[in-house]
Design a protein around this ligand. Sequence first.
Ligand code: AMP
Length: 494
Amino acid sequence: MPTIDEELERRSLLYSLLMPVMSQFVPGLEKGKGMYFLFIKSECKTPGGLVARPVLTSYYKSSHFKERPYDPYTNYTSPNETILCSDSYQGMYSQMLCGLCQNNEVLRVGAVFASGFIRAIRFLEKHWSLLCNDIRTGTLNSQITDPSVREAVMKILKADPELANFIEQECSRQSWQGIITRLWPNTKYVDVIVTGTMSQYIPTLDYYSNGLPLVCTMYASSECYFGVNLNPLCKPSEVSYTLIPTMAYFEFLPVHKNNDTTNSVPISKSLSEKEQQELVDLADVKLGQDYELVVTTYAGLYRYRVGDVLRVAGFKNSAPQFNFICRKNVVLSIDSDKTDEVELQNAVKNAVSHLIPFDAHLIEYTSYADTTTIPGHYVLYWELSVNGSTPVPPSVLEDCCLTIEESLNSVYRQGRVSDKSIGALEIKIVEAGTFDKLMDYAISLGASINQYKTPRCVKFAPIVELLNFRVVSCYFSPKCPKWTPGHKQWINID
Ligand code: AMP
């Protein structure tokens, strides 16, 4: 995604709008701190010598973030050094430690996406005993080797046996319900994005936070930042974003509801002549209508389809406000990964070649983003027909899992390898006839027999249950797929 220096200023402007909005609804936030789990990712160089890195890494490494003047609204428990640490374990450990040490000062907690925040809770579940030890003694354990992180943490860490005992007592209770409000008792809300695919994490967040408000403050992308939520305490299902018109030139392509293209063929990022004629300006969108967002950015994208579908939910004065409806084509997502139907299809196609020697064939498949495990993982339900006399050995099905992972995009593989934000992919073999049962079920709900197509991803709980009930065996990817930063074709270029 091309970007330019001045874009950082524009993005900082959008960030600067968030707390003034928030403090209209939650007073007193300037009296304490935010505990946010923020991370950088690795970067690489393009063949032309430009830096390529995720947008948030650019922002955290910029002077806009690092040298921000003191402001009670951007006062975080995590020192910059812990956010800028390139080792994700050390970054997470040190941010959690600093958050625990300042537990009574914390008024809000969060991460960018819901998945990241849940990962932090999971980290605490695994490592609380080590963390308590450091708090009890006021020393930082030797696993934290980054000198700048050590120095920054030691400015905050003081021996506090009473706090260590308190944390130990809370974490060793059988139930972790309400752990956020127990350990950080002054927390007023959880600041994470739970709109779009992240809504799958709402029940888990409600459990850990005892139903604190889940606040989605902004809507943004690598291409450009879009807008803010002017009513941040509303329910997640009612969140709407007001686009900030100076972020880019926004146009809208009407989505015709009767030709459901949301999950069909891949869309090109550019518009046809006819589509260009259909575009509507920000000032002309109609209440209740769905649109695909099209941006022309300062960095050079021209009439570029972001891939998101938005619905006009209302107006603030004359400014339209949009519900995030979905991302076109995305079927699976756990963290920042977005896998579309075509990618999934190709990955499955590559994997089934392992079945040929056993005269086994894939009859049907579907997929599910299983977020009941932490981290979540992709599950594929496979119905096989085995004609050969030898059954398919488990190791071959494990190879199928790995081949699918190897075939998925770099963001997915980075999540598996570097961020550990995605768990090993699983194939669940279902008994013969399962997909017929799935069709019967869809038809019983009113689907047309003529037009029925096996969904390539399932979300509806009764369908997931129907599939799980017929699982005969499960296989996991035995190791992580390969991943290096940047595009494959850049690897050998210095
Ligand atoms: P990326 O460019 O990888 O950062 O992804 C940007 C995409 O993430 C957007 O185009 C949306 O599909 C999704 N996204 C970002 N912010 C939100 C939000 N607040 N609610 C729902 N989806 C979001």
